[in-house]
Design a protein around this ligand. Structure first.
Ligand SMILES: Cc1ncc(COP(=O)(O)O)c(C=O)c1O
Length: 510
């Protein structure tokens, strides 16, 4: 991002060459609290939730809408409390996420217990608390029945279907290495059950006394950011719901959950992947071998030029569809298609479980430039080394993210110098590779990495025994720490020295 002036989005702006989040100058934040830091905007989080609620309500008029954000995207307690205070539900995956959801105050009937496998204790606790269990395997329904019986409670369950689109066979964004059709990639994903399994489990549930089937669940995933992908998903989901309802003797669902998978505006997902890259690199490789006949000096000179011209990454330039556009695509298609498949939608609650699209643009990561290495010979290559690491962005590395970034103390400078922005770990740590930065980039500059609100903070590791950074919440001009920085003691707190090693140390000391 370069030459930005004024408003970047609803929570980020630039003023006199500095980046602001809400009303806070991020340079002041770093001067006061140091770096690296994750910083979340409360305002942006609340705004995104409300846009989801109103967008889906606008199109789903025959029943209520419940937004149930995916806790896995950001399970910091304060964040979950904000979401609960907006009247949302919560999609959870694990016992830990169930704890955070209950502590945050979500109404248990709107806690969607997803995932496979689910341990017995987790199922028992979910039912005891009155959460909705999304059935995602034949084995777990026996445990659910047992739990409901032993706890003398009714277990409310939904059946999770596997997305089975047929009208969208363009390649999935999930695969960085090749053109895998989206329908095949959906089948390959472990979540959800095939139709025949859903029907046979459904028939069993309908005969159970303590278990009540209340609806359906399907999570679609971030395969493509287009609204057409969502239209095709909704068509297929409606068709399959119709088939299951018929097979269950005219079953009437009370709730239909469409899961998550929408993109956030500057969608960094898979943006690092360039499908042409393997061919470009193969060409470069062959050329570099061929050039060896001219000797190293000429070889490096020519390669340097080619690298400068062709090896360049750009964060996503195309803005993803808006929350409202996704909501419109989903509700209009689902409504029409369910009716066509004979499913009565009067009073049916529509549930949505956004993760990345709700949290993504709520947070930035602030990091300080520590070193600059400019190599001019034998080839040209520059490294800007910052005090963070890709190991604190593993959620995104796994998904080949390329995040947009801004030099937060020099926001108006044109981006002219090509560099690798490297993290501090002992790996190559090419956090933001082959991008452009201001020509006068220097030690002490503050780099803001954008759109890190989903899956990043919650997937950090302690590689190189590095304590993980703090997370702040900005609300207007107020700043609060909502997850403190780790200490070195935190890093080693799980280590245990067995007795024989304690003794051997003593023996050496003598
Ligand atoms: C069941 C379920 N719901 C919602 C989500 C959130 O997905 P996203 O962050 O792509 O919106 C996930 C993510 O894996 C999920 O598994």
């Amino acid at each position: 991002m370069n030459k930005v002036e004024g408003r970047i989005d609803d929570c980020l702006s630039t003023r006199n060459g500095h980046l602001f989040i809400e009303q806070c100058d991020v340079i002041d934040i770093v001067n006061e609290l140091g770096s690296p830091l994750f910083v979340i905007s409360e305002d942006q989080l609340r705004r995104n939730i409300r846009r989801f609620q109103s967008g889906f309500e606008k199109g789903w008029t025959d029943g209520p809408v419940k937004i149930m954000p995916a806790a896995k995207a950001n399970w910091i307690s304060a964040v979950q409390k904000i979401i609960a205070s907006e009247g949302c539900g919560c999609d959870i995956y694990s016992p830990g996420e169930l704890s955070v959801a209950l502590n945050a105050g979500f109404d248990p009937q709107y806690i969607s217990v997803n995932g496979v496998p689910k341990d017995k204790e987790h199922i028992f606790r979910s039912i005891k608390e009155g959460a909705r269990v999304t059935i995602d395997s034949t084995e777990e329904i026996d445990v659910v029945e047992k739990a409901a019986g032993e706890l003398n409670k009714t277990a409310y369950v939904r059946l999770r279907l596997k997305p089975a689109i047929s009208g969208f066979i363009s390649h999935t964004d999930f695969s960085p290495t090749g053109y895998i059709p989206t329908d095949i990639a959906c089948f390959a994903y472990k979540g959800g059950l095939a139709l025949d399994q859903v029907i046979s489990i459904g028939k069993r549930i309908l005969k159970m006394n303590n278990v009540k089937l209340v609806g359906f669940h399907e999570h679609h995933g971030r395969h493509s950011r287009t609204t057409r992908f969502w239209e095709e998903q909704m068509k297929a989901y409606a068709r399959d719901i119709g088939v299951v309802c018929d097979a269950l003797g005219g079953f009437q669902p009370g709730e239909i959950d469409i899961g998550g998978g929408f993109a956030c505006p500057r969608d960094p997902f898979n943006a690092e992947t360039d499908y042409l890259e393997p061919y470009e690199l193969a060409f470069l490789h062959a050329l570099s071998k061929g050039l060896s006949i001219f000797g190293p000096a000429w070889r490096y000179k020519i390669l340097s030029k080619l690298i400068e011209l062709f090896l360049i990454c750009k964060p996503n330039q195309i803005v993803a569809p808006t929350i409202e556009a996704y909501a419109d695509a989903c509700t209009s298609t689902l409504k029409k298609e369910l009716s066509q498949h004979g499913v009565n939608i009067q009073g049916v609650m529509l549930q949505v479980e956004p993760g990345r699209s709700l949290h993504g643009d709520t947070a930035i990561h602030l990091s300080t430039v520590k070193n600059i290495k400019n190599m001019t010979s034998p080839i040209k290559w520059s490294h800007v080394i910052i005090d963070t690491t890709e190991f604190w962005f593993t959620g995104g590395r796994y998904e080949h993210h390329l995040h947009d970034y801004i030099v937060a103390n020099n926001t108006d400078a044109p981006l002219v110098k090509k560099v690798d922005i490297n993290g501090r770990s002992c790996y190559g740590d090419r956090l933001i590779p082959t991008v452009r930065v201001p020509g006068d980039i220097k030690v002490g500059d503050i780099l803001a990495i954008l759109d890190v609100g989903a899956y990043q903070e919650v997937s950090m590791s302690n590689f190189n025994a590095m304590p993980r950074p703090a997370t702040l919440l900005v609300s207007g001009d107020k700043i609060a720490t909502i997850r403190r920085k780790e200490t070195e003691d935190d890093v080693f707190r799980r280590d245990v020295i067995p007795d024989h090693l304690k003794e051997s140390k003593k023996a050496r000391a003598i």
